[in-house]
Design a protein around this ligand. Structure first.
Ligand SMILES: NC(=O)c1ccc[n+]([C@@H]2O[C@H](COP(=O)([O-])OP(=O)(O)OC[C@H]3O[C@@H](n4cnc5c(N)ncnc54)[C@H](OP(=O)(O)O)[C@@H]3O)[C@@H](O)[C@H]2O)c1
Length: 367
């Protein structure tokens, strides 16, 4: 892709920010850097274009296998004067499942900081509650032979290392990603005030709103930000299932788009930024300059009226059903452990969450 200099730059100051429990202000719109299979080669240029156009929050992860490429784009943005220094950016990074063994956490973080070319990261998330790694591009049939469910005492050893990284000043805020209600309850039970997650990144888009979980987390002062905010329309075939619906083809989104003279994507992202009194954020990726631009604009205005937001969110009444379909796109089969018996819903319904390894062993014996 090439930069589109006909696009009007967006003033980063005009982008809505949300305040984390640490009092740090985070831009609500995060530019996604997960490339799936097809866009890796474009991610450097796309990130450069995003920064040029005004994005100041980058969502990165070790698992995306492109931290050095994103680091190079950041360095080039400074060289070209798009930003005065890396300090102008809010960077989110993620600890990969394969590095959740306590001894691996700090080295993994150091690797991330070096690759991104920074000394400190703004937000470091634990990517998944389960320490079950898979190779990049693994199909849904892939299983890790060491896979285990959430074992709280072991997760806490990982979490302690994240807290240590925060104490050492390598990380400003720590958070979770894809945490379920039960896992979060256990975590909050066992941490001190400075050790609490300030953010949870989770799948959220108009057809997968997760409103109840989000409200539960927000009541604990955990900011929620939604990934796949557009419904990830171009993900690879191996991650698509017949049950999946397309957010951008939804009739309500399309109606609102034609009423307001914008695209369904813009409606989805404005909804993400405005819903729940503008309390959360969204992550969206694009390798197309016009879309990179449009996707940030959504965080600069209140395009949707309360009545229009209600048509998407609903309020539980018959008159306002909203459009939530609980249409989860990431089922997570590659994280499954043997006792889940191939049922991906076990990952999300908290039916197999254990306090300790011995409790898990007893559960296995009981089967
Ligand atoms: N924490 C986690 O576990 C987790 C999981 C998944 C994803 N994420 C993060 O969330 C980000 C977003 O996820 P995603 O990329 O799968 O989903 P997404 O942002 O919902 O969708 C991205 C796709 O939508 C297309 N698109 C972008 N803007 C558009 C627009 N305005 N109109 C129409 N199509 C548009 C893009 O195509 P073009 O490139 O052709 O424009 C791209 O293929 C990732 O990059 C990653 O940073 C986090």
């Amino acid at each position: 892709m090439t930069l589109d200099t006909s696009l009007k730059l967006i003033d980063p100051e005009s982008v809505r920010k949300v305040r984390l429990s640490s009092d740090v202000a985070m831009p609500v719109a995060a530019f996604g850097t997960f490339h799936s299979d097809w866009a890796q080669e474009h991610m450097y240029q796309a990130t450069l274009e995003a920064i040029r156009l005004g994005w100041r929050h980058l969502d990165t992860a070790r698992a995306y296998e492109n931290e050095a490429l994103i680091g190079a784009a950041i360095k080039e943005s400074v060289r070209l004067g798009y930003i005065s220094s890396v300090e102008d950016l809010f960077i989110t990074g993620k600890l990969w499942n394969g590095h959740m063994n306590p001894k691996d956490v700090l080295p993994a973080l150091e690797g991330t900081l070096t690759a991104l070319g920074i000394n400190q990261i703004d937000m470091y998330l634990n990517h998944w509650p389960w320490p079950n790694a898979h190779v990049h591009g693994a199909g849904t049939e892939f299983r890790n032979s060491d896979a285990v469910p959430y074992i709280h005492e072991e997760f806490m050893e990982t979490w302690e290392e994240l807290c240590n990284a925060k104490r050492a000043g390598k990380v400003v805020d720590i958070g979770t990603s894809n945490h379920t209600a039960a896992c979060m309850k256990l975590l909050l039970r066992d941490v001190g005030i400075t050790e609490r997650p300030s953010c949870n990144q989770m799948e959220m888009h108009p057809l997968m709103q997760q409103t109840a979980l989000r409200r539960e987390f927000e009541s604990e002062n955990i900011l929620c930000t939604g990934y796949m905010a557009l419904g990830s329309p171009n993900r690879p075939a191996r991650d698509r299932f017949d049950e999946h619906l397309s957010d951008l083809d939804n009739a309500t989104l399309c109606d609102l788009a034609s009423e307001l003279g914008v695209s369904p994507a813009r409606i989805a992202l404005n909804w993400a930024a405005q819903r729940e009194n503008g309390s959360g954020g969204y992550v969206a990726m694009s390798t197309t300059p016009k879309r990179i631009h449009e996707n940030l604009l959504a965080a600069t205005d209140d395009l949707l009226s309360p009545a229009q937001l209600l048509r998407i969110s609903g309020d539980g009444s018959e008159e306002n059903p909203g459009i939530d379909m609980d249409n989860r796109l990431i089922w997570g089969q590659v994280f499954l452990w043997p006792e889940a018996a191939g049922d991906w819903k076990v990952l999300w319904n908290d039916s197999q969450v254990f306090e300790s390894r011995s409790e898990y062993d007893q559960f296995k014996l009981s089967l």
